[in-house]
Design a protein around this ligand. Sequence first.
Ligand SMILES: CSC[C@@H](O)[C@@H](O)C(=O)COP(=O)(O)O
Length: 346
Amino acid sequence: MPRNDTVRALDWQGDHLRLLDQRRLPVETTWLDCRTAPETADAIRDMVVRGAPAIGIAAAYGVVLAARSALRRQPEDWRGAMANDLTRLRTARPTAVNLFWALDRMQRMIDSDPTDPLQVLEAEAVAIHQEDLAANRRMGHLGAQLIPAGARVLTHCNTGSLATGGYGTALGVIRSAWAGKGLAAVYADETRPWLQGARLTAWELVADAIPVKLIAEGAAPLLMQRGEVDWVIVGADRVAANGDTANKIGTYALALACKAHGVKFMVVAPSSTIDLDCLSGEDIPIEERPAEELLYMNGRRVAAEGAGAWNPVFDITPAELIDVLVTERGVVSDFVGKGVSALFDI
Ligand SMILES: CSC[C@@H](O)[C@@H](O)C(=O)COP(=O)(O)O
């Protein structure tokens, strides 16, 4: 099995985007080829590719596919011919701001009136992909410096190579800390209902020979009460200007438990995840996915007939519960009164 810090969730093939189908891991390793922008948007919506940075990268390649089709159909107005595809990509999922950040960056290239649009757009998408990998390596280094040797860490959801351009955000810090000073324990929340922790994080860590212990969704506070966790390290889907952070549902509960038990709480996210247009967490849209994701498992109903379900898939952790935000631009702590602005020199 390849080391998963080098696994590629997305592989640009020049004329199509190849995605590792994360819905099937770890049971099957299968790839899905997206040859059009709508196929790419559907893959994002249906969780073939997931994780905030990976969603943004996939969307950027989706724009290249949209341009290819538009140039073929309507060369004299290729920009106009892309409009529907761009809307499909933009509406694929609402919470991870990396999607909109990447689409805005691609839009600036479209607006620059390039003589060779395909070449320019492809180069921009590849740059977004490569910059994310570099940001993850940098964050891994910065974050690991804060983790003492022999620390016991807990993470939520999947923030590794599968969720990013490679290496990972929170999982990148865990990888760096493990390779550097060494960790005494790594716990992964199972992360209901998609089981990103059980299926994806455990898969990545096992392949890297980093011992991982899976815990049931509600077990973290007990572990903390017993004094067995030093740091909780998570990623983010959107960070507001004041430091409030949207991440996978269950993150807020972890932060509350950390506060109650004196456990440190770290958020690791590239600057593409920071949204200064959101002043606080109240401005961040929270995705609600179909009730069926809770009511059924592997196509079989597990909830009592007649029961309904509410399925928000992200929550907001207030800045005051976060000890440190690690980005590739640097580290922010003590958000009160200053938020994340120090990172942007404003
Ligand atoms: C580097 S990934 C950070 C977040 O995107 C991650 O923690 C998360 O919440 C992913 O949610 P998902 O619904 O799997 O896309």
